[in-house]
Design a protein around this ligand. Sequence first.
Ligand code: ADP
Ligand code: MG
Length: 307
Amino acid sequence: MAEFSLIERYFQRPSTSDVALGIGDDSAILIPPTGKQLVICADTMVAGRHFPLETDPHAIGWKCVAVNLSDIAAMGAKPHSILLALTLPQIDHDWLTRFSQGLFDCCDQFGVRLIGGDTTQGAQLTLSVTALGWQDIDQQVPRAGAQVGDLIVVSGQIGDAAFGLAHREHPLKHRLDYPTPRCELGLALAGVAHSMIDVSDGLAQDLGHILKASGVSARLYLEQLPIDKSLKSLPQEQQWQYALAGGDDYELCFTISPDAYNRLNNSSFDIKMTPIGEICAGTGIRYFYNNQEQQLQFTGYEHFASS
Ligand code: ADP
Ligand code: MG
């Protein structure tokens, strides 16, 4: 099958009115809405590294979109569209059918269109998605905005995906395969939260990025971590390891003034939010469990860690 009929068969859909030109020409065209800034990110997933080789292609399709929408959400922006650069070892129609269904299921759930991409043959199955979103000018929520006195809040539960990776028969494996980008929450935090990041490489490491960028420190209260009941029977240190150093959560971690948090909490959000600590002067993270300081060190996921 030629590359073009593959694209037509699996990736081309009828165009929608807010895309001036979609798949089929040398480039896609979007007309920026007045008063909006463009927010763009890209994330690549390599088979065997970012997902086990036997992962359901539907889940791979979902996840390669979801992780990018999570980055757009973490800026406080609304996702609009994606581009997909696909490297395939061979053409496998069953695989492509399941993969494209998963990809479009995620797109449809969050109102996002596929507007272009690239398709090549290569040794390693690799999926690189670029996501584009819009937001009101100067409404981004950066990593560098945390202020002393802010609450540190995390959405959903953390540690589920890492637990699912270690226990592949467990229902929490679903959280590894089908992360939910917190698009609605991210958007609601624009102009409200002081700083934000999505938790992809472990909370301790990702919160560390906020702290470093903002020149502040954190106190974390370990008894407040929102972890699944399945993790609660584990030894304490192991629970903390999953929650603070496990990757692939795709939850939002943000810092916010206590007043703004109370207002947000009183609004009708059905997503769980949990304050887990506070921003202080200084550097680094101090951990407390029932008021007792704990000496803990966590390292999150890093590529090229040994080079
Ligand atoms: P060019 O040779 O000009 O780079 P291509 O032949 O790579 O164009 O792609 C033709 C059209 O199909 C373009 O509009 C491109 O954006 C789109 N496209 C290619 N691969 C994909 C893909 N995997 N998903 C979505 N669109 C794709
Ligand atoms: Mg061209």
